[in-house]
Design a protein around this ligand. Structure first.
Ligand code: F6R
Length: 595
């Protein structure tokens, strides 16, 4: 959600800024902007829509010699995606970019307007630059003015500000939004995640909340916690696939094996950094997450209760901390996040920490804010996920939760060695089930043309196939913009079945190895009311209008992973037929760093 970058040095400023924004564009693509300050000149370009529009606009612009620069790609929070609302925001002699939300911007704006400040945008961000210049007008020096400005802000932010008054510095502040400063041969580089820094900065400092200061060419060494930055950028290509999402669906079998590597061997599960005593005395688990990660958490509940025999609650992060939750002393708090930067989840962890409960992150990004906030981490190892609609991250989250529940089940003696061995065999087989066959993909492509209209989709399933139904409905709505809902299949008769008619598509998840007869009856009830049924199963179902066959499997979890792939491709092919940009669907952003 919004990406920010900054540069100080002698190189062409536009190069790093635009390359960096390209890396971050999947996080927000409503508008983009850039500002450079060199030779006393402060120049700003902004454009609505994707980054390419900004690149076009400043294609003839060059900035030589020493200078500073900032760039921003926006996911709109306050004000429509217009050029005026695009960052950087401008006052008389300074520019600012910001990721996050300033909650008290209205009162600050009113105060500044009364003092004669004129605002050009509807954003919350613009108050920052005006407040800063207002303090300068009162006679404060730049750093003091910046400190006072930040001191007045309430909310979440990563802020970069440049000003003609101090043309060799970038002023920065961070609270609950990620910000990293790096140093490389070409100068100083700043960004809201480490991907843009790779290939430019060799060492980096991940700033902590409360960080506030300025950076110039000389003071990098004074930053806390400086680390070497890995330089691996190999993930960023589509490699012949039409979309990153498609590539990431195909990558799932590889990343699932990666997730298991070194953790599953010789009939045993172990985690590199977690010892068995971490789970000593744990009597209950709360899993907290958002969106797709929440759906993985719901699968985790079934698995943890089934194999680890620990009562597990699953909570939506944005609901959790304002709901007066009651925490037991022996409760383990697990936060699941692909990005590791989701503000709702991060704030939920911060809420729990003062109670002293153990915290565990299941996360795809090492060194992310959520990883740093938790006591322990299990990395999901999905590799960078660029498609906004999460696929391989979900697959690896489920795998980690399955391994974790089997592990706890084994150390607590709730699973026999034979049962652990069986789960491990099923895990390996499940990874294999996510290899996409050309035949299946082709069949889904053909099938997709029959599902472009209608007044909605119901995805239905039982047990772990219920969260998979929710996740499949989410995938479809995110990229196709069609209405879709997930339901436990047994719940349809309690109300939703009222919607059933031939224009209602029901995608029924019918695993052979889990409650087949039960779900069959539920689907028959819908079929009797003329709903159009697409059955996803290895077994032929006579009441179906369409069959989406998965291969015959030997366990329900293999069927889970196989159906997951089929339904990801189903959403993808429908969205492509509808002409949508699958990797950058409307209104969404990859990493949601606002409440
Ligand atoms: C959906 C999707 C979102 C995220 C959610 C949480 O495809 O990606 O629902 O799952 O915003 O994000 P993370 O997992 O990064 O905390």
């Amino acid at each position: 959600m919004c990406g920010i970058v900054g540069y100080i040095g002698n190189n062409e400023k536009k190069d790093f800024i635009l390359n960096g924004l390209r890396e971050l564009e999947y996080r927000g693509y409503d508008s983009a902007g850039i500002a450079t300050l060199s030779n006393g000149e402060l120049i700003t370009y902004k454009a609505v829509g994707k980054l390419i529009n900004l690149e076009q606009k400043c294609k003839d612009f060059t900035s030589t010699g020493f200078g500073v620069a900032i760039g921003h790609t926006r996911w709109a929070t306050h004000g429509k995606p217009t050029e005026a609302n695009a960052h950087p925001h401008i006052a008389e002699f300074s520019n600012v970019i910001h990721n996050g939300i300033i909650e008290n911007y209205k009162e600050l704006k009113e105060r500044l307007e009364k003092k004669g400040h004129y605002f050009l945008s509807q954003t919350d961000t613009e108050v920052i630059v005006h407040l800063f210049e207002d303090y300068l007008n009162d006679g404060l020096d730049c750093f003091e003015a910046f400190k006072r400005t930040i001191g007045e802000l309430r909310g979440a932010y990563a802020i970069l500000l440049i000003t003609k008054k101090e043309p060799d510095k970038i002023f920065y502040a961070k609270n609950a939004s990620p910000l990293i400063i790096g140093r490389g041969e070409g100068g100083i580089y700043l960004a809201s995640s480490d991907a843009p820094l790779m290939g430019y900065a060799q060492e980096v400092s991940y700033l902590e909340d409360g960080a506030l200061g300025y950076i110039d060419l000389h003071n990098f060494s004074s930053l806390p916690n400086i680390k070497q930055l890995p330089q691996n950028k190999g993930y960023a290509q589509k490699e012949g696939f039409r979309y990153f999402m498609e590539k990431e669906i195909y990558e799932q079998s590889g990343v699932l094996l990666e997730t298991m590597m070194g953790r599953v061997s010789e009939g045993k599960i172990s985690f590199e950094n977690l010892s068995a005593d971490f789970f000593d005395g744990i009597g209950e688990i709360t899993i907290c997450a958002c969106g797709t990660s929440y759906h993985a958490g719901m699968v985790g509940k079934y698995l943890l209760e089934r194999y680890a025999k620990i009562k597990t609650n699953v909570v939506i992060a944005s609901e959790y901390r304002y709901s007066s939750p009651v925490l037991r002393e022996d409760e383990l708090f697990i936060a699941i996040s692909q990005s590791g930067e989701t503000l709702d989840t991060l704030e939920a962890i911060k809420f729990v920490k003062p109670f002293g409960n153990k915290t565990l992150a299941i996360c795809n990004v090492d060194n992310s804010s959520i990883v740093r906030e938790c006591d322990e981490v299990l990395l999901t190892r999905a590799g960078i996920e660029k498609g906004v609609a999460s696929t391989k991250a979900f697959a690896t989250q489920v795998m980690v939760l399955w391994m974790l529940s089997t592990y706890i089940g084994s150390i607590r003696g709730n699973l026999s060695q034979k049962e652990v061995q069986k789960n491990i065999e099923d895990m390996v087989a499940s990874a294999k089930r996510t290899e996409i066959s050309a035949k299946m993909h082709e069949k889904i492509k053909r099938l997709s043309k029959r599902y472009l209209h209608g007044h909605g989709f119901f995805f239905i399933g039982r047990d772990v196939f219920y969260p998979l139904a929710l996740e499949s409905a989410l995938k479809l709505k995110e990229i196709s913009y069609l209405h879709a809902e997930g339901y436990p299949s047994g719940e349809m008769k309690h109300g939703p079945i009222a919607l059933a008619d031939s224009e209602l598509f029901t995608v029924a998840l019918m695993p052979e190895h889990l409650l087949y007869e039960k779900i069959k009856s539920n689907v028959e009830e819908l079929s009797a009311r003329d709903a159009t049924i697409c059955a996803v199963s290895a077994l032929e179902f006579e009441g179906a209008d369409d069959m989406l066959y998965i291969p015959s499997c030997s366990s329900y979890m293999e069927e889970f992973f196989s159906m997951m792939c089929a339904l990801q491709l189903f959403a993808l092919e429908i969205a492509i037929r509808l002409g949508n940009d699958v990797d950058m669907p409307r209104n969404l952003a990859k990493s949601v760093t606002v409440e």
